[in-house]
Design a protein around this ligand. Structure first.
Ligand code: GLN
Ligand code: ZN
Length: 750
């Protein structure tokens, strides 16, 4: 029979119970026993929730305290030597994730194109592996004790090695595949012995461009693992298999899961390649977004898969683990009924999976009400004037020139005349410390305990203080400090039409850190200026140039849940037009320097290289749209955090910002290589202060970094600034560091 399946459930809990317990444990407020009790409780609750929703294939071992890739490092015994002295398992685990006073934490990076961060496995030249199957076995048995049979989930060996970092020169982690396979084989045998009929093996790298070596590793690994005991559900997600379809379908495993939300078009190719005796797991409910499933459309896909496979060959599932969605829509009391009718969180998505499965088994009539409700939601979304605004669509369809009115060289001359800045001008990236006072004032204002006038007065005082400090420090281009902003996307989303905010729509970003992405549900427009009041106020307090601060359209898009009824490029363009209006209003208000942050531009790159150009084209165009309406002498800045700039180099130059600031200090300016090689023509501020660390950088260190930057980049193109905004830092470090930063610039001038 067709079976309903789930691939993973959010771990944090509806009320972020796991986050709270972990943070208490780290502070020493609760002990390990109490922490484990909270986790066990959450697992039980989530298993029962899935069972009650009617899910037949329920995952276990999808729970992780910090991250499932870190769990995999522990599972295979890949413990970096610097942690080897730690005997206690919990202490060791969190030390790897968070570091200790003597051993820095393992690196963290984004999980494919999600906003979830995993802990990067570290591997050495003489690496050995040793199985520690305690956790998957314990969790499997824990569910069993509740009467729930589960399908354990593991990260597959090829994905594990592909994501790992070699800590020794000359080592390619993939060369360790033969060492790793026996460990996985042993694990699978133990799971089978415990009673697991199936195991879900996640191999999302199958949707990437694979090297011949990776492909060979797949064949080698699964030849053995396919026969190790349990049936394997080889699980792929976040994209299409494309040229890897034959490889994936041909591996000796019992089933293949594919993502039919991101890549519905791959169904036929995969069906054609998949041998008759294999189970297809059809991921038709979006695990990456919060929209309610169009059940008719999903059922169409399911039916096509079923026609070919027959009843025993099909599982119906979310596209990927539900880790990337919030837990439960029912708790959202702030959203109106209509908006809610368009959404589904993890719990609701499980209902969609079981509805589709029921319809597959017994005919659509058996799930009539659910299909009707879904169709009604689809129809109301399509027709709603809250979604579709003729004026926004008309404006977006207009042709607007993307480029500035003159080339950089001519703009630069005019800007130099106008601002008359010294060589190596100094500035900061925007935010200043969001102290407890600032957060408390905002909370009091939100709760109604502080009125608008009181809150504004508080913000004005903070802003003025920050300006005086920058003047005293003798910084050249000032900022107002961003005290009025909670978050660089939310602040804008709250003032734009077409955005909604959830009360409890948390998703895990890394470890105990969760984010609550805004929902872009409709056409985006800007009813009124958003930042002019604060920038103009700040500018009125000083004779120095005041930089206006905006978040760019690509970043706003990237850090939100985005509507799926139109291309992302179109939504981005609408946001771009709104920001363009803001830029022009700032200019009119006398703000001559405007920074449009695009820290998320690089992370928006598609997973497959063949799709990069199309993405970069529209992303860069949207940025240029925001920046190109201004006069020649208005100076446009942009900012990006840490990124592999090489991947996007011509695109960065095409953005044509007059000045770009980038995060480079921790890479010892190595990231500037991309700019140097490209002979980047505009001005650059390479970060000289690692703002992620409380350390105050010395003048000598910063001078050395700037000298390195000046090798190959003409000095008259360089600015001096920190890596990123200062909102997480405290005032004493900020003033001390900025003092050194200004000294650095002055020393370089002399
Ligand atoms: N202007 C923002 C700030 O300073 C930029 C933050 C970022 O790059 N992530 O906080
Ligand atoms: Zn940054």
């Amino acid at each position: 029979m067709t079976r309903s399946a789930n691939l993973g459930f959010p771990r944090i809990g509806l009320h972020r119970e796991l986050k709270k317990a972990q943070e208490s444990y780290w502070k020493g407020d609760i002990d390990a026993t109490a922490l484990h009790a909270v986790a066990e409780d959450l697992r039980a609750r989530h298993w029962m929730l899935q069972r009650d929703a009617g899910i037949e294939v329920i995952p276990s071992n999808d729970f992780a305290f910090y991250d499932h890739v870190l769990d995999t490092s522990v599972l295979v015994g890949a413990i970096p030597p610097r942690f080897s002295g730690i005997a206690d398992a919990d202490e060791l685990y969190f030390a790897m994730a968070r570091g200790t006073t003597t051993a820095p934490a393992m690196e963290m990076t984004k999980w494919f194109d999600t906003n979830y961060h995993f802990i990067v496995p570290e591997l050495h030249k003489d690496q050995t592996f040793a199985l520690d199957a305690a956790k998957p076995l314990a969790h499997y048995n824990e569910a069993k004790a509740l009467g729930i049979e589960t399908r354990p989930v593991i990260v597959g060996p090829v994905t594990f090695l592909s994501l790992a970092k070699a800590k020794d020169p000359g080592l390619d982690p993939l060369d360790l595949i033969d060492e790793l396979i026996p460990v996985y084989a042993d694990l699978l045998a133990q799971l089978a012995a415990a009673g697991a009929e199936w195991v879900q093996v996640d191999e999302p790298v199958l949707v990437l461009d694979l090297s011949p070596k990776q492909k060979a590793a797949f064949s080698r690994a699964y030849e053995l693992l396919g026969a190790a005991g349990p049936k394997l559900m080889l699980t792929t997600y976040f994209g299409a298999l494309l040229d890897n379809a034959e490889l994936a379908a041909g591996l000796p495993v019992a089933g293949l899961h594919i993502d039919l939300v991101r890549a519905p078009e791959q169904l036929d190719a995969v069906l054609a390649a998949l041998p008759e005796d294999k189970v297809l797991s059809a991921g038709v409910v979006d695990g990456r977004n919060i929209w309610r499933t169009n059940l008719d459309a999903a059922f169409g896909l399911v039916a096509r898969a079923w026609d070919r496979g027959g009843p025993d060959r099909l599982q119906i599932a979310p596209s990927c683990s539900l880790l990337h969605t919030p837990v439960d829509l029912d708790g959202e009391t702030n959203l109106d009924a209509e908006l809610k009718s368009w959404l589904a969180f993890a719990k609701q998505k499980l209902d969609e999976v079981t509805t589709l499965t029921l319809a597959q088994k017994q005919g659509r009539g058996a799930a009539k009400a659910a299909f009707e409700a879904s169709a009604a939601a689809v129809a109301s979304y399509k027709a709603s004037p809250r979604i579709h605004k003729a004026a926004v669509k008309a404006r977006s369809a207009e042709r607007i020139a993307f480029g500035r009115s003159s080339p950089f060289s001519s703009r630069r001359d005019k800007q130099r005349q106008k601002f008359n800045l010294p060589a190596y001008p100094t500035t900061t990236i925007g935010s200043f410390p969001q102290t407890r006072d600032v957060r408390e004032a905002r909370a009091a204002f939100k709760k109604g305990m502080l009125d608008q006038a009181g809150y504004d007065a508080f913000l004005e005082a903070e802003t003025e203080k920050t300006i005086r400090i920058q003047e005293q420090l003798d910084i050249d281009v000032l900022v107002h400090g961003e005290f009025e902003r909670n978050d660089m996307v939310e602040y804008f989303g709250e003032q734009l039409d077409g955005f909604a905010f959830t009360k409890n729509g948390w998703v895990q970003s890394y470890g105990s850190r969760c984010v609550k992405p805004p929902v872009i549900f409709g056409d985006v427009s800007r009813p009124a200026p958003m930042t002019v009041r604060w920038s103009a106020f700040a500018a009125s307090l000083t004779d120095r140039p005041m930089k206006g601060m905006l978040t760019g359209p690509v970043t706003i898009l990237q850090w939100s849940f985005v509507r799926v009824d139109q291309p992302r490029s179109e939504t981005c363009r609408q946001i771009g037009l709104a920001i363009r209006d803001e830029v022009l209003d700032l200019e009119t208000a006398g703000i001559g320097i405007i920074q449009i942050d695009e820290p998320a531009l690089r992370e928006g790159l598609p997973l497959r290289q063949r799709d990069w150009n199309a993405y970069l084209r529209w992303a860069v165009d949207c940025f240029r749209l925001t920046a190109s309406g201004v006069a020649e002498e208005t100076q446009i800045h942009t900012h990006m955090c840490y990124a592999e700039f090489n991947d996007i180099m011509p695109a960065i130059a095409e953005m044509d910002a007059d000045v770009i600031s980038v995060e480079t200090s921790r890479s010892d300016m190595e990231l500037l290589e991309a700019f140097r090689n490209f002979k980047y023509p505009n001005e650059i501020g390479p970060g000289v202060w690692d703002i992620h660390s409380p350390r105050v950088p010395g003048e000598g260190h910063m001078i050395a970094l700037m000298k390195k930057a000046a090798e190959g980049i003409p000095a008259d193109q360089l600015w001096v600034n920190p890596d990123c905004g200062l909102k997480t830092r405290g005032w004493p470090e900020v003033t001390a560091s900025l003092e050194n930063l200004v000294k650095t610039a002055k020393a370089l001038r002399a």
